[in-house]
Design a protein around this ligand. Structure first.
Ligand code: ADP
Ligand code: ADP
Length: 225
């Protein structure tokens, strides 16, 4: 079963055509790496799939739901209830503690503070962050912050995790630790993952790689005919 799909999607930023007929279907539970050169349209494709941007033409489907025809309020609710996000620079709230940052998606989803913080804290041991629950997120190392961001992306058990260069700001060893955790947790939870990266070592964690060039999606060179 397909979880999330873009069909012939176009999107322009003013004069810049970022997507020119991009199609990608991701199966439930699949981990797909979206590769391609800088500026090719990877992030824009991820934003269209995640209902952050609305395509100029084409379709985006999440199961039976047409994301491209939903209003902003409905897309926002869907993102909150079904999707998780991890970005290149964790984008944690520096004034909040690490545990409060992880708890945010639950709090936004209406879970009360006590239970939300308990769920959040349960992630810390498992991500090798035991003892850092009360640290302000501005006081974490890059690798720690990115693991906290990963926990925040997964805490509400999303059906789809959208990860945009989640290791882009990390050295390669720390990046591999984050990817190990991302992939292990996604598999455990059955979470579908759309992973944007330009690093082959990171893409190697995925079940499948696709390449975006000039706003379209291709199979990687050497695959198929
Ligand atoms: P990638 O993720 O592959 O680096 P992007 O999807 O970020 O590519 O960008 C695709 C194209 O759209 C690029 O030419 C980029 O400069 C342009 N672009 C992306 N975001 C914006 C924006 N907010 N405003 C204007 N142009 C943008
Ligand atoms: P990415 O790693 O996704 O390629 P970039 O560093 O290209 O990110 O862009 C970072 C942010 O700047 C994104 O939010 C993107 O939408 C925006 N952006 C990218 N290109 C442009 C552009 N030409 N004009 C305005 N904003 C842009």
């Amino acid at each position: 079963t397909v979880t999330i799909e873009a069909r012939d999607v176009t999107f322009s930023f003013g004069e810049t055509q970022a997507l020119r007929g991009a199609s990608l279907a991701v199966e439930a539970g699949e981990i797909v790496a979206v590769m391609g050169p800088s500026g090719s349209g990877k992030s824009t494709l991820l934003h269209c799939l995640a209902g952050i941007l609305v395509p100029d033409s084409g379709e985006v489907r999440f199961g039976d739901v047409r994301l491209d025809t939903l209003g902003e309020a409905e897309r926002s609710a869907l993102r909150r209830d079904r999707f998780g996000f991890v970005f290149q620079f964790g984008q944690l709230v520096p004034e909040l503690t690490a545990a409060e940052n992880v708890a945010l998606p639950l709090l936004l989803g209406g879970v009360r503070r006590g239970p939300a913080l308990r769920s959040a804290r349960a992630w810390f041991e498992r991500l090798g962050l035991g003892g850092l629950e009360h640290r302000r997120s501005g006081e974490l190392s890059g690798g720690q912050a990115q693991r906290v961001a990963l926990a925040r992306g997964l805490v509400a058990r999303p059906q789809v995790l959208f990860a945009d260069e989640p290791t882009g700001a990390l050295d390669s060893l720390t990046g591999e630790e984050v990817m190990d955790l991302l992939v292990d947790t996604a598999r455990e939870q059955g979470t579908t993952v759309v992973l944007v990266t330009h690093e082959p070592r990171v893409a190697a964690y995925a079940d499948r790689e696709v390449v975006v060039r000039d706003g379209r999606v291709n199979a990687p060179a050497g695959v198929g005919s």
